[in-house]
Design a protein around this ligand. Sequence first.
Ligand code: PLP
Length: 376
Amino acid sequence: MLDFNVPPFTGKEFDYIKQAVEERKICGDGRFTKLCSEWMEKRFQVKHALLTTSCTHALEMAAHLTGIGPGDEVILPSYTFCSTADAFVQRGATLVFVDIRPDTMNIDEKLIEDAVTERTKVIAPVHYAGVACAMDEIMDIAKRHGLQVVEDAAQGVDAYYKGRALGTIGDFGCYSFHETKNFSMGEGGAVVFSREDKLEDAEILREKGTDRSKFFRGQIDKYTWVSYGSSYLPSDMNAAYLWAQLELADEIRADRMATYDFYHRELRDLAEKGYLEQPFVPDYAQHNAHMYYIKLKDEPTRAAMIRHLRSCGVHSVFHYVPLHTATAGKKYGRFHGEDRYTTKDSERLLRLPMFYGLKQEERELVAESVRSFFIH
Ligand SMILES: *Cc1c(COP(=O)(O)O)cnc(C)c1O
């Protein structure tokens, strides 16, 4: 059976983990954490990249740093992972879901402004599949209404909007290094931002409410508990695993892109004949081949396709069940406007195997198996 996902592994991981252990520095903010952070800051042109224990935790930090609280509202898509919402629920904020655009599955920027009220504090766009949201429009709405923007770029690491790295356009960006993402450390993530006024608060929040980061930089001679905080810094052993991939980021990217382009080419005639729909990448987006999905006619067709692919030895998976239809979504939020595409298109979407190191014969098996569902 061809797996849907295999965690990225380049070969250097064991060596780097061994180094971290031998250097007797395995807690947070060691040498490998620094290498990863500096790499991100340079490549993504952002002032600060703080490694975290997950993207969920990066989102929690970002939500906290916006100052959003009970009675305030956050505008987000319903078609996303629950972590985007959880971070704001933790602050006591109310979720306001807005419909997606069917072409990219991203929040429809044209529907955001109508959902803004005097209580809105934050817009949280999600760059689905590493394809950028329409950030100029979103930032313009935020500016005109005095809102902050938290980008859920969990899937958008090393993807770009008009040349700017996803996650670096809004006030805060959140990355995931979970094993299902392009670069991994098992569980992990990062919060990135360029606002200097937020660095100290972010460091304190990440280090149990202490000013230990300043202490490590030699700026103060002892550290104390200065504010509320949690423990959001990952072990340097995890960072060592991640570093092995960031070093080879271009190779990982090219390999995933080759899979994406192969699927896209091979399935084009099926799309032209109307059997399925292929993903769309707007001109303003430079994606990172995080995902390859197809959209089928309806949910029963998708279920039949999943069974067919399994019988061909291919594991395919669907994705999010819209948050506003979930128990927690109903409890903590509301859907603003009409649900034209969120439910309908989430039920039609199917993700094909996509991971670093997928072999050419495996790519061919996937494409042939999709084809044989329609054409016998
Ligand atoms: C994976 C993902 C997350 C959560 O990332 P973790 O690192 O597992 O916490 C959040 N949002 C989106 C859109 C994701 O794809």
